[in-house]
Design a protein around this ligand. Structure first.
Ligand SMILES: *Cc1c(COP(=O)(O)O)cnc(C)c1O
Length: 429
């Protein structure tokens, strides 16, 4: 009996250790966040045991009486938050949302313009990612390394010459707004649809602090709901387009790329949307302020933070060239040993370089802001980081300092109520 109980306990033990590790670390991965207590509560509900295929009130299964009301409410909140006529909360991740749009709005062999990987593009937009697997003919926009954005004149030329069916914008290294306004006439001239991948910046857009893609010419926005939008790991599509196009997108989502849509995470998303309506503007502003402060401090202390001429960043993200400290891999691993968690990242000088050994690192301030970091705390963090990289402190001592700094920040902010999101909650006794 219970031959594998010890294996189960081993898994639980890993989870406990993992929680503790993050409780004691400073989290700087630009694509992660922590949830509010109400949102976390939703993950444990019976919604997570059920199926609800299709759209509200047109289901295929019984038992969806409250699910329909839940989904209506999530859609209503999503439309309100993004000031959008269309909202679909069913994709189960950002990539899944992207696939829904790809299935709905493209056919194999069609042409699509998209950001380049070395310019921060996401793997789903790569030849070996979802766009490539769909058999699309991908043309990349030229990228301006100095300003870390798409080269507008070059992009205009590319679009006019290649006449794509669809133009994709949005990156995983997303420092400055995409040039939608600037290219609007060009989109109209070639008659293409415009798709904005807002996975990273969905929370900043919700807080009205980055750009307003739907007013600047985007037909649809896809997003992850767990990066700057501090919700569950899930996805969404937001639309401001004609009914026919929207129907195609919704069919792309279901039955195109999913069946059930993970109802407990959808409920958590609904809570997050409500909290962003109440707290989103203050949260987004603080994220960006903290990113600028961190960039300025690191730069002043000798780190080659990119895009200095544009003030480093207008988002939650900053990137740095860390070749003089041994490169992205070495720096990320060294900082990890001192409980600072971030990732190595390709930067523009890395053209064609192996992404396991890039020259840069990427840093995001959305999670530290969520748990209460203010300007002075960010400055303290920059100082510790630079002491570590310049070998002015032992790794042991640095880890102690990092844990000490983190110990004051264990309560999630910008939401209803508060909790320690790193705390391990036991159900099994
Ligand atoms: C993170 C990211 C995604 C994918 O999101 P998942 O939720 O991890 O599937 C898509 N596009 C961009 C630009 C991203 O950065």
């Amino acid at each position: 009996m219970d031959k594998f109980f010890s294996d189960a306990m081993e898994i639980r033990d890993l989870a406990k250790k993992h929680n503790k590790m993050f409780e004691e670390s400073i989290p700087l991965i630009a694509s992660e966040n922590v949830m509010s207590p109400l949102a976390m509560e939703m993950l444990l509900t019976d919604f997570g045991h059920r199926y609800a295929e299709g759209l509200p009130h047109q289901r295929y299964y019984q038992g969806n009486f409250f699910v329909d009301q839940l989904e209506d409410k999530v859609i209503e909140l999503g439309k309100k938050l993004y000031n959008a006529p269309q909202f679909d909360p069913r994709p189960v991740s950002g990539t899944n949302a992207n696939m829904g749009v790809i299935f709905g709005l493209t056919k194999p062999m069609e042409r699509i313009c998209a950001p380049d990987l070395s310019g921060g593009g996401h793997i789903s937009a790569a030849k070996f990612g979802a766009l490539g697997f769909r058999g699309l003919d991908i043309v990349n926009y030229p990228y301006d390394e100095e300003t870390m954005t798409i080269d507008v004149d070059g992009a205009r030329k590319t679009i006019l010459e290649t006449r794509p069916n669809l133009c994709l914008f949005g990156q995983s290294v997303f420092l400055f707004p995409a040039p939608l306004k600037e290219l609007r006439d060009t989109f109209q001239e070639v008659g293409c649809k415009v798709w904005y991948d807002g996975a990273h910046v969905a929370g900043l857009i919700a807080g009205k602090k980055f750009q307003d893609p739907l007013r600047e010419g985007a037909d649809v926005i896809t997003g992850s709901t767990h990066k700057t939008l501090p919700g569950p790991q899930h996805g969404m599509v937001i639309g401001n387009t004609d009914e026919k196009t929207w129907k195609k997108v919704q069919k792309g989502v279901f039955p195109g790329v999913l069946s059930n849509h993970h109802l407990n995470t959808m409920a958590a998303l609904g809570i997050t949307l409500a909290e962003m309506l109440d707290y989103g503007e203050a949260y987004a502003q603080k994220i960006i302020d903290n990113a600028r402060t961190l960039a300025e401090e690191l730069y002043a202390l000798g780190m080659d933070v990119l895009a200095e001429k544009r003030g480093f960043t207008s988002s939650h993200t900053l990137v740095a060239d860390v070749r003089k400290f041994g490169g992205g891999k070495e720096v990320a691993e060294k900082l990890e040993r001192c409980n600072i968690i971030l990732n190595k990242n390709l930067i523009p000088v890395d053209k064609n370089r192996n992404s396991q050994d890039p020259s840069g690192i990427r840093i995001g301030t959305q999670e530290i802001t969520r748990i209460g970091f203010e300007k002075n705390d960010v400055k303290a963090l920059a100082e510790i980081m630079m002491k570590i990289l310049k070998n002015n402190i032992s790794e042991e001592k640095a880890k102690e300092e990092v844990m000490n700094l983190k110990s004051e920040f264990k309560q999630v902010k910008f939401c209803y109520g508060t909790t320690n999101p790193y705390e391990y909650i036991e159900l099994f006794k």
